[in-house]
Design a protein around this ligand. Structure first.
Ligand code: HAM
Length: 426
């Protein structure tokens, strides 16, 4: 027998039940974001490789080793499956001139691709909901986005399991000055640096602060802190954000080692972290990228955004009532006999016309076997049509999940009897 084919490692199928939870999460976030005035943006999954190299940064893990890049054989162009959504969002905003005259609040959802080592919570195709606001300078927009996250965690019932870490990366001059101090400090302790840190010492020293290597923990704890060396405007911005978070009753902690893995950030950076998911505990992350629009050729415009990892949020919100709700199936229709089958098909269509979810048994079989299918379907009721019913235009209704008598009803009162059953989410 031929060997059966499997999905690509780190890329997962989503079967109907988890797919329904995924859809409910995205639906909920879409309506939440609509309440804050964010509009949806859909961009292609493929972009020119250069877009990511120029925005995420050449010396980052993503660009150095995690991108799915290939040459389009038709024209020799280097293309990359998007590893994140911010770069494409800015590209689209500039391409369509959206910032002309008005700032933009946008969001997107979809698959991202990174060639990382797969483990629980880390995949090669994963999914994000991203939120971006372009053309806003003040800390009010940073705070708004963090408030949106906090509201979402509350809605999902996971508020107590996540904590907010924030930091400021200052402006370019503060970062350059800090970088010099940091490199000097790390060079003075070169013997304590692991191979990765030695490699990054000059290309991306800030990222060394993000190392999880316990052997370097003391070294990192003693390193010069960027947050203590902020320029005046960045310090005021950070203060403004902290005050707004306090006003909103959102608890936060300063993590001076929070630097993020993408080069486009300045000033505010933040992460929502949980201890409940093991090593991959960051469920959502973002910050400001005031230089990116200008860097991609647009007229300079400040911006702020974040993205949440859908797989991680779904894992954490495993028991959330908001995402549950079963199949939403009202009835499973069993039938026996030629005329009953034809009448049953009409019954099913009539109910669907009225917004009720009905599965019609297909493929024949004994009545008892059909009833077992009805039970297994998760439907609240079985609808039964035999030749008798078909002849009289009646349908028998039998509750499957609660006590209650079987009753025969005319077709036009069926919908009302089933009406209390919610239709499945769109
Ligand atoms: P990021 O931190 O690279 O930021 O990713 C955001 C979130 O995506 C992470 O916190 C995590 O939940 C999820 N994630 C990342 N990689 C994986 C993976 N391999 N498997 C599963 N989940 C993953 C960005 O992507 C920025 N574009 C966020 C942003 C938007 N900043 C400003 N605007």
């Amino acid at each position: 027998m031929a060997e059966s084919l499997q999905a690509v490692r780190g890329m997962n199928d989503l079967l109907p039940e988890p797919a329904a939870r995924y859809r409910r999460l995205v639906g909920h976030v879409a309506s939440l974001l609509a309440r804050y005035g964010y509009g949806e943006l859909r961009t292609p999954v493929l972009e020119r490789t250069e877009l990511f190299v120029r925005t995420i940064g050449e010396a980052t893990d993503i660009v150095e080793k995690e991108m799915y890049t290939f040459v389009d054989t038709l024209n020799g162009e280097s293309l990359t499956l998007r590893p994140e959504g911010t770069a494409a969002c800015v590209r689209a905003v500039l391409q369509h001139n959206l910032l002309y005259g008005s700032p933009q609040r946008l969001w997107y959802e979809g698959p991202m691709f990174r060639h990382e080592r797969p483990q629980k919570g880390r995949y090669r195709q994963f999914h994000q909901i991203g939120v971006e606001a372009l053309g806003y300078l003040g800390p009010d927009i940073d705070a708004e986005q963090i408030v949106i996250c906090a509201r979402l965690w509350r809605d999902l019932g996971i508020g107590a399991q996540v904590r907010l870490e924030i930091n400021s990366l200052g402006d370019a001059a503060a970062r350059a000055a800090h970088r010099g101090e940091l490199v000097a400090y790390l060079e003075a302790h070169r013997e304590l640096l692991d191979v990765d840190a030695q490699r990054r010492l000059h290309s991306n020293p800030l990222r060394i602060l993000d190392s999880k290597n316990p052997a370097m923990a003391d070294l990192i704890a003693g390193a010069p802190r960027l947050i203590d060396r902020l320029d005046g405007d960045s310090a005021a911005h950070f203060d403004g954000l902290c005050r707004r978070l306090d006003d909103a009753g959102i608890a936060w902690t300063l993590n001076p080692r929070l630097v993020r893995g993408l080069d486009y950030y300045n000033r505010t950076v933040f992460e929502w972290v949980t201890d409940a998911l093991g090593a991959q505990g960051t469920i959502c992350a973002g910050g400001r990228y005031d230089g990116l629009v200008g860097q991609l050729g647009g007229r300079a415009a400040p911006a702020c955004g974040f993205a949440l990892g859908i797989e991680r949020v779904l894992a954490l919100a495993d028991s959330s009532a908001l995402l549950g709700g079963g199949t939403g199936l009202a009835a499973y229709l069993v039938h026996q006999g030629e005329s009953a089958g034809r009448f049953a098909a009409q019954v099913a269509e009539t109910l669907r016309e009225q917004g009720i979810a009905v599965v019609m048994h297909c493929g024949g079989g004994k009545f008892a076997a059909q009833m077992r299918r009805a039970d297994a379907s998760g439907a609240r009721y079985a609808l039964i049509v035999g030749d008798d019913e078909a002849a009289s235009g009646l349908v028998s209704l039998k509750p499957l999940r609660e006590a209650g008598e079987q009753q025969r009803l005319p077709l036009d009162s069926l919908a009302q009897a089933l009406g209390a059953v919610a239709a499945p989410a769109a």
